[in-house]
Ligand binder design. Structure first.
Ligand code: EPU
Length: 423
């Protein structure tokens, strides 16, 4: 297994380019299943474990892919299987994204139920509700979702989501673009990853109104075509790199971003005492070396993202005072806290809120990754901790951060990947 060995105390400074977004790549790749016409060329796809797992799932269904220099080519004309097996779905919950496209194109999908999640319950009831509204008959047996569109076709409907869900909105969109008639989605997720999916589906020939809002209207069409597309930057990777500079008293420019998408996070960096400047496609953050406490509530976009919550808690361990960090999306997403406390942080958990009492001098030791963003928070803590921090089970981090240690090293960190044996 791999671990990251970090000798803390180096300032993170310099410039770096953000990778493509993992969470927009996944529904884009799933959408290629909507047509058998032509070959897709997808640029700025990050080289990540989750992308590999998803392309493995596509291969299983019969698709052909090549991947080089962050460009993924996908041909889906030979797709014949509609079965997403447990062995692949259990590796990645986002495999549920094949449900909508397979159902819309073939009138039938069988997708294994995703298993548990490291940070609390993550139901899929809203995905199923959306498919049923579009006319699918759903049965769940032997651990599989079996979804059938009577007469092979979904039909337009009104879908009103009781809560905002990125995944369910994505699945509803992918299914509705090939449904007969008009579909309206209320309380749709408006995250940049959904905006990117809408742009991609429109590039394939779909008709979608309301992109970027919580009310979407989709006019179903007969068929869609393959297209060439440039993926959006990864706003969570960018936010994590900015936090690396902020926590170490450094100065960083992250290029290749759209600052508007980082607005809620940049605002909090300013509240924390950092100076932030933006251009059309870059963000520069300068830390004064002194951090102020901040209160954060993670909620759907455009509010502060839950995927930056763990990293923000790590940052606030160095702020002078108490910060209140609340997660309203995943109430139990706090696996990083016991590990941060092992490094010397003073963080209390009260229901879905963390109270971070800073500043605390952290001292390096071995810590365990439990999920993707928890791992990122431990890396940030390691950058500022005295001595050596070993972040074990780095495979969680590798799911969502492209060459993170290479990027951090280029910015001045003393960080190395080593292999180890777990007893
Ligand atoms: N929810 C339901 N029922 C559903 C679906 C969601 O109750 O059928 C609830 C969830 O339990 C949660 C809320 O709705 O409380 C929002 O969840 P959402 O569906 O938006 O999450 P997701 O689509 O499963 C994506 C990202 C997550 C990110 C969340 C929230 C991908 C592949 N995953 O998950 O990213 O945290 O949106 O923004 O896009 C990560 O990258 O580390 C990660 C976990």
């Amino acid at each position: 297994m791999d671990k990251l060995v970090i000798r803390g105390g180096r300032r993170i400074s310099g410039s770096v380019t953000a990778s493509g977004s993992k969470n927009s790549s996944l529904p884009i790749i799933a959408s290629t299943l909507l047509t058998g016409n032509g070959t897709f060329t997808l640029h700025r796809i990050p080289d990540l474990k989750d992308i590999k797992t998803f392309t493995q799932l596509l291969h299983h269904l019969g698709a052909e892919t090549t991947f080089a220099d962050n460009t993924l080519k996908v041909t889906t004309d030979k797709v014949t299987s509609i079965l997403a097996p447990y062995e692949l779905v259990k590796k990645m919950r986002a495999s549920i994204y094949v449900l909508g496209p397979l159902l819309a194109r073939f009138g039938h999908a069988r997708v294994s139920l995703p298993g548990g999640c490291a940070f609390g319950p993550r139901p899929i009831d809203l995905h199923l509700m959306a498919m049923e509204k579009l006319g699918a008959q759903i049965t769940i047996e032997t651990g599989f979702i079996d979804a059938v569109a009577p007469n092979g076709k979904l039909h337009g409907a009104h879908i009103d989501f009781p809560i905002s869900s990125v995944g369910a909105t994505g699945n509803a969109l992918m299914a509705a673009v090939l449904a007969e008639g008009t579909t309206t989605i209320s309380n749709a997720a408006a995250e940049p990853e959904i905006v990117t999916l809408c742009k991609f589906l429109i590039a394939m020939g779909a008709s979608i109104k309301g992109t970027g809002t919580t009310e979407l209207e989709i006019e179903g069409c007969q068929s869609l075509n393959a297209t060439e597309f440039h993926n959006v930057f990864d706003r969570i990777e960018a936010g994590t790199l900015l936090a690396a500079a902020a926590i170490t008293g450094g100065e960083i420019t992250v290029n290749g971003v759209e600052p508007e998408q980082l607005k809620s996070v940049l605002k909090k960096f300013v509240h924390a005492g950092c100076s932030v400047e933006t251009t059309k496609n870059s963000v520069t953050l300068k830390s004064s070396g002194k951090l102020l406490p901040t209160n954060i509530t993670a909620k759907p976009y455009p509010a502060f993202p839950t995927d930056m919550q763990a990293q923000w808690i790590a940052l606030m361990t160095q702020a002078e005072g108490t910060s209140h960090i609340t997660d309203k999306i995943y109430h139990e997403r706090f696996n990083h806290i016991p590990e941060l406390n092992r490094l010397g942080a003073n963080i209390e958990i009260r229901k879905n809120q963390a109270l971070v009492h800073g500043p605390k001098t952290l001292s390096g030791t071995k810590v365990m990754s439990t999920d993707l963003r928890a791992s990122a928070s431990l890396v940030l803590a390691g950058l500022v901790a005295d001595g050596t921090t070993e972040v074990l089970r780095v495979y969680h981090l590798d799911r969502g951060y492209e060459k993170i240690e290479v990027k951090l090293k280029s910015l001045g960190a003393d960080i190395n990947r080593e292999t180890y044996k777990e007893f």
